[in-house]
Design a protein around this ligand. Structure first.
Ligand code: FES
Length: 155
């Protein structure tokens, strides 16, 4: 009688142990896979303008451009002349490479396939089929003699 009770208890323990182990194993596999496959619930940034730094930003002064995040999109801010700042979508309209500015030629270039855009964002050479999207640039002045703050606004 006691032996049967001990066997029954042991069997229930083994069944419980195996059942919970398999359950834990499945949970440890299914949960991470589910989390990886389903996108996070982060709302898309609805940005209409971004602050892009000061007018004497080292990148703008030396290279003549800098890439700025505008929500999820990259925007290229170009210093066309001392007080002339322009902004365009930095995504090439051919196959989505990131463009850069060549100050010596006053052109935006895409190194992937040799696409070129002028300072109005118009596609002028290479395979890009459309112009770059143009953004409005405002310079907000601080105190007299201080560098201004560049603000890029969705046109
Ligand atoms: S991706 Fe820019 S030219 Fe092809």
């Amino acid at each position: 009688m006691e032996i049967q009770g001990g066997t029954s208890t042991r069997r229930r323990f083994i069944n419980w142990f195996l059942g919970t182990s398999i359950g834990a194993l499945l949970a440890s596999i299914v949960y991470p896979v589910t989390r990886y496959v389903s996108p996070p619930e982060v709302p898309e940034a609805t940005t209409n303008q971004v602050e892009a730094g000061s007018t004497n930003d080292p990148d703008l002064m030396q290279k003549g451009f800098k890439i700025v995040r505008f929500g999820a999109d990259p925007v290229i801010l170009v210093r066309a002349s001392e007080a002339d700042f322009r902004a365009f979508s930095a995504t090439c309209t051919h196959l989505d490479c990131i463009v850069e500015y060549h100050a010596d030629r006053k052109r935006l270039f895409c190194n992937c396939h040799g696409g070129e855009y002028d300072l109005q964002g118009k596609n002028v050479a290479g395979p890009p089929p459309r112009p770059l999207a143009v953004y409005t640039v405002k310079v907000e002045s601080r105190a007299a003699g201080q560098p201004g703050t560049i603000v890029i606004v969705k046109a």
